[in-house]
Design a protein around this ligand. Sequence first.
Ligand SMILES: NC(=O)c1ccc[n+]([C@@H]2O[C@H](COP(=O)([O-])OP(=O)(O)OC[C@H]3O[C@@H](n4cnc5c(N)ncnc54)[C@H](OP(=O)(O)O)[C@@H]3O)[C@@H](O)[C@H]2O)c1
Length: 333
Amino acid sequence: MKAIVFTEYGTPDVLKIKEVAKPTPKDNEILVKVYATPINYGDLLARNFGNLTPSEFNMPAPLYLPSRMSFGWNKPKITILGSELAGEVEAVGKDVTKFKAGDQVFAYLGMNMGANAEYVCIPETGTVALKPVNLSYEKAATLPYGAIMATSLLGKAKIRSGQKVLINGASGGIGSMAVQLARQFGAEVTGVCGTPRLEFVRSLGADKVIDYTKEDFTQNGETYDLIFDILGRSSFSRVKHSLKPNGIYLLASFKMKALLQMLWTSITGSKQKVICAFANETPESLDFVKKLVEEGKIKASVDKSFPMEQTAEAHRYVEKGRKKGNVVITLEL
Ligand SMILES: NC(=O)c1ccc[n+]([C@@H]2O[C@H](COP(=O)([O-])OP(=O)(O)OC[C@H]3O[C@@H](n4cnc5c(N)ncnc54)[C@H](OP(=O)(O)O)[C@@H]3O)[C@@H](O)[C@H]2O)c1
């Protein structure tokens, strides 16, 4: 089968199309023919992880060394990128009961990756579900990562109807789903992003949008029940005055300082709380979002598609910060 393979860290030029062995499903696995796989934050990170300095690492410093070792110190251990996909089940292992050949699925592979290939094997108990019936493979493939991260993290903050919520990083993979889900939960949503993506975030249903290049949301006098910062570009000391007395500061990316603030706000019984959390990867998040998509309550957006042969070009497009929505690699139907 064809796959996009990289054997050294670096620029998009390290991504090469190659012939590799087609995988065979184990007894508990499904073999999926991949039709679409988006490029997200994790792909760019993994492609260049060997050149990432500890200060550029978006998570607590003690996780840098184990992460670097698990990615591969000098060269990548995982050589095929792609953490989400949509495709068709071609074959199933003998113990599989949940799926059958011909099922149209969408899936999240997490940091195991491997979706930038014509075929991938997934355990039937993995983060895989039937795709929304009203979406193309291309659009459905853009949902799993955001769906899992946003449902899980917003759930940890116990988002409720009537709350005033601010999403810092509203135009990205996690934020664009978080805006839509927060609206579905009945919250009033303000989305923060860069100038080129203001209209995109408004189109997702945000009640208000703020351009972070022109306005500092911590200085406008507004207060929120929940501030969800995706990249962790704000800080608790700065957002404190923008939180309501019982407000929650939720972080998808966090360093040691934020972890200590979480501990402090928890043990001191502070009404304002800091929550730093990792998302739980469950197929239930996919089923939940599938239902909302089929009811027309959530949409998937594709900014640009590239054929598999142009994967390096697609990485360059994403890296230059040009995308408005998702960038997807499409494979032959
Ligand atoms: N906790 C977990 O379980 C978990 C899981 C996966 C990933 N993560 C973390 O999530 C992050 C990636 O999220 P993603 O995939 O949504 O990233 P993404 O698609 O790259 O989106 C990043 C967002 O941040 C915005 N942004 C950039 N600079 C900003 C600034 N100075 N102020 C405010 N917003 C800014 C971008 O806006 P514009 O593009 O409009 O400029 C965009 O909306 C990573 O840090 C990763 O470590 C956490």
